[in-house]
Design a protein around this ligand. Structure first.
Ligand code: NAP
Length: 536
């Protein structure tokens, strides 16, 4: 279809796991595809998040592609939870194995993307580069890729280095002999704090809210367990795809409120000993009934008190919020780190950080002198990277204008007014409430099949209908409201970014979601308008 090297059938934005598989599928369909990536290399999340201790909280045998049986058989994971370098090596292996690299353009930041209503094509200028055009634009920019750096007074005056966990220096950072501040106590902080504490002269952790962390109990993978999974990999994947988080969380069908407190404690203890996110699967009502959640919350608070020597510090580390309502953290020696002489916890829950000066952080009048600051303050999740691109759809309306009150999509895949634009793991899809790679694969497969369907019928494109989108947004909210998830100031709700509209962004329930996507296809893309071929 294309005539010059800047004209493509599809442009994919982002070289993380979503973009890589999207590229692979579309190339296999014989399309001319370019992938553009603002970073210097591929890997997405795992390219950027190189902070000490970065590893995945989903088991490595599951946090990997399933689209190629050969790939999943040949790749050897070394640990139950893979480290960032190992995952990045895997991403590179996939790119080499499937010949993806030559279709990728690095250091290519999209400057904006505009839909041309006459040609039904997207025009995609690259900063300091050429303008690409394509019939289809697929954004695979990631859910957690736009760093959130709080606007704290005096930040620019700080005399030492400032880091964000989500854009860590590639050469690493040596904190030996340094006084370090870590701001934030989410997953990235929980992973990095124990390692920074081992290196730094002193570490001060600035905590706005305490988070629940469950021990990882990470370990090397045993040859027989790997062989067990590889012997039935396809079935293992299928079984997991039928679970709410699309991960082997061993979800119980028993309600905590239907059994004795002793049984609840015994099951929570078993989960605690096994470790990790499956803790949330202990009871069917855990994220739906406050009473059930309280039992789990009390249990974790007790465990924190056992792990931390100083009762006053333990109290500060004990969350009071709903378990799971903010993404559960998974730790290795996190709480024990506060027993070290060189670590202090600074409670900023009531007054925040007053200012940053040349030499440190001032909180409630007291100056905490440090040599380096680490922001572990998370991301403008789910919409941040999409809105940064400045997509402009029909009638010159930008995505920021359309989403001023919060994101609106049909199935998290498309948004009305932006024909031929697809989002991998977009807001309104299960994405961050699932094991991301299977979720990504499901989205990519849907998009690739859709493009194939349109091409076979010689159509010029597809657009979500207003009615389908409105109904979907309402449904996403209804499902969220039936759970405890909207009950705290989480990034799922956009509450971590000042001024961001509070809308629960992910869709809760992977298997139901997949059924809905398949239903749409079975009904010839019901809820979408199929665009007739243009004369251009
Ligand atoms: P996060 O969960 O959003 O945590 C950010 C932390 O910074 C929170 O403690 C937050 O406090 C604090 N914070 C934000 N703004 C602040 C401010 N202005 N002043 C003081 N504190 C502030 O970010 P994250 O830890 O980078 O994790 C984000 C997500 O990435 C995770 O939830 C997870 O989905 C994913 N992740 C996964 C892994 C893994 O699989 N191992 C590892 C890292 C990250 P509040 O709670 O009060 O807002």
């Amino acid at each position: 279809m294309g005539t010059t090297n800047s004209s493509f059938d599809a442009v994919v934005i982002g070289a993380g796991f979503g973009g890589m598989y999207m590229l692979h599928r579309l190339l296999q369909q014989g399309l001319r595809v370019a992938l553009v990536e603002q970073g210097a290399d591929l890997g997405g999340t795992w390219f950027w998040n190189r902070y000490p201790g970065a590893r995945c909280d989903i088991q490595s045998m599951e946090y990997s592609y399933q689209f190629s049986e050969e790939l999943q058989q040949e790749w050897e994971w070394s640990e139950k939870y893979a480290t960032q370098p190992e995952i990045l090596r895997y991403a590179n292996h996939v790119a080499e194995r499937f010949g993806l690299r030559e279709h990728m353009r690095f250091n290519a930041r999209v400057e904006g993307a505009r839909f041309n209503e006459t040609t039904a094509r997207w025009s995609i200028p690259i900063v300091d580069g050429e303008t690409l055009t394509a019939q289809y634009c697929v954004s695979a920019t990631g859910c957690l890729s736009s760093a959130n750096v709080p606007d704290i007074a005096g930040l620019d005056s700080f005399g030492g280095p400032i880091y964000h966990t989500g854009s860590w220096p590639h050469g690493g950072v040596d904190f030996t002999g340094k006084r370090v501040a870590v701001i934030g106590t989410g997953s990235s902080a929980v992973q990095s704090i124990p390692l920074i504490a081992e290196q730094a002269e002193h570490l001060s952790v600035f905590q706005r809210s305490a988070n629940y962390a469950i021990p990882a109990h990470n370990r090397p993978l045993e040859a027989d367990e790997v062989a067990g999974i590889k012997g039935r990999y396809a079935q293992f994947r299928k079984d997991n795809s039928e679970l709410p988080f699309s991960a082997a969380f061993d979800n119980s069908e028993i309600n905590a409120l239907d059994v004795s407190q002793e049984e609840v404690r015994a099951e929570l203890e078993r989960r605690w000993q096994d470790g990790g996110l499956p803790f949330l699967g202990a009871f069917a009502d855990l994220v739906f009934e406050q009473g059930a959640n309280d039992l789990a919350a009390d249990f974790v608070r007790e465990k924190i008190a056992e792990r931390v020597n100083d009762p006053a510090v333990a109290k500060l580390l004990q969350p009071t919020s709903i378990v799971g309502c903010k993404r559960l953290c998974v730790d290795t020696n996190y709480y024990e780190t506060y027993n070290r002489d060189n670590v202090s916890l600074v409670d900023i829950s009531t007054a925040g950080i007053d200012e940053i000066s040349a030499t440190g952080l001032r909180c409630q009048g007291e100056l905490h002198e440090v040599d380096a600051i680490v922001f572990a303050t998370g991301f403008d999740a789910m919409t941040g990277s999409l809105l940064k691109i400045n997509f402009v759809g029909r009638n010159g309306v930008s995505l920021s204008e359309k989403w001023a009150e919060g994101p609106r999509t049909f199935l998290g895949l498309c948004t009305q007014g932006f024909p031929n634009l697809f989002t991998v793991s977009g807001p309104g899809s299960p994405s961050v409430l699932t094991n991301m790679i299977p979720s990504i694969e499901q989205h990519v497969n849907w998009i690739a099949d859709c493009i194939d369907y349109l091409n076979r019928r010689n159509l010029s494109g597809i657009e979500a209908s207003q009615a389908a989108e409105d109904a979907w947004v309402e449904h996403v909210n209804e499902v969220a409201d039936s759970s405890l998830y909207p009950g705290c100031s989480s990034w799922y709700l956009g509450a971590n970014v000042p001024g961001k509209p509070r809308v629960f962004m992910p869709y809760l329930g992977f298997p139901t979601y997949v059924e809905k996507c398949e239903e749409v296809v079975a009904n010839d893309y019901a809820g979408f308008e199929l665009l007739a071929a243009t004369s251009q």
